[in-house]
Design a protein around this ligand. Structure first.
Ligand code: GRG
Length: 297
């Protein structure tokens, strides 16, 4: 399989799992909240986080089934974060993935609740997975704790807080890096590390994957900064030029467009180098890193 085929194959598996997962619910009193949750969960996201988890699982054990619930939970958390990020009290965006944002379709109250509900659903899935993990229960709980930590105040949420507090202010490169590592990098790190934690791999494998995750996490956000100035609203499916509009400090405003591109390339190669010890088996992880560098949206 080539890169596009493998990417498509893994993201279809994620879609099938999520579809089946939500098909288990049929209480008519839950229809409205489920409609709002499904709207954003199936709005055409790239599924890069769960695909990363499955790719690492393939590399480490060849088994995808064990890791799928963790991957799906991470995608639910990611989707909740985007619904809340788009709210009027946060970025106040009308479009995401080329579609109206959740609150524009279902109203602000329902968007808050469907984000909350996706987060709850994610934790319920993680806990059920741990309960059913037999002699791997402790590893499953460790993995769930790690995901919770990266999504919470030690990761994505404090990153979002730094982002909100930094608007309209001069921000140092150190603060910007911290913000990126938390806001964007933390959940990508959870995606890469979840299979490693569940499978309880050696310290050297953990270190290599940690370095890879650090690289792609930072790269993902630098690329986001570049796309914001180089791409169009049509291609992005969300407003281009929003960083300037919201007076945000980014890699582009701090270092200039060309330097930001060089820095992006450097972190991508660091990530790629980190997985060299895995040899040929790491081809897809390397390709994902290049995909993050080259992605158009
Ligand atoms: C509201 C708790 C809370 C957190 C929000 C993740 C986040 C924190 C905000 C998103 C802001 C943003 C656009 C960050 C840039 C990086 C990023 C997370 C982009 C969106 O991820 P993709 O490109 O989205 O993987 P798709 O649509 O493909 O799923």
């Amino acid at each position: 399989m080539n890169f596009e085929q493998e990417l498509n194959h893994l993201s279809v598996l994620v879609d099938q799992y999520l579809t089946k997962y939500f098909d288990q619910y049929d209480d008519p009193f839950e229809n409205d909240i489920l409609e709002s949750m499904r709207y954003s969960l199936f709005a055409g996201g790239k599924r890069i986080r769960p695909v990363l988890s499955l790719a690492v699982a393939k590399l480490l054990s060849g088994r995808l089934d064990d890791i799928m619930p963790f991957a799906a939970a991470i995608e639910m958390i990611h989707t909740y974060s985007l619904i809340h990020d788009d709210l009027p009290s946060m970025d106040n965006d009308d479009y995401r993935r080329g579609k109206l944002t959740n609150h524009k379709v279902f109203g602000e109250a329902m968007a808050v609740l469907s984000g909350d509900c996706l987060l709850n659903e994610a934790y319920e899935l993680l806990m059920k997975t741990a309960l059913n993990a037999g002699n791997k229960m402790e590893h499953a709980l460790n993995t769930a704790c790690f995901i919770a930590r990266t999504a919470g105040k030690s990761g994505m949420i404090s990153g979002q807080v730094i982002d909100i507090e930094s608007e309209g202010k001069a921000v140092s490169s150190e603060t910007l890096k911290q913000m990126y590592r938390r806001k964007t990098g933390a959940l990508l790190k959870a995606s890469v590390m979840a299979p490693a934690l569940y499978l309880d791999v050696s310290a050297s494998i953990m270190d290599a994957l940690n370095e890879y995750a650090d690289g792609i996490g930072l790269a993902f956000q630098i690329k986001d900064d570049i796309l914001d100035v180089e791409s169009s609203t049509e291609k992005l499916g969300k407003p281009a030029g929003s960083d300037e509009k919201n007076k945000k400090t980014t890699y582009v405003t701090l270092f200039g467009l060309e330097n930001a591109k060089k820095m992006l390339n450097d972190v991508i190669y660091k990530a790629v180098d980190a997985v060299i010890p895995f040899g040929e088996k790491a081809w897809f992880l390397k390709e994902i890193a290049f995909y993050i560098e080259k992605r158009a949206y």
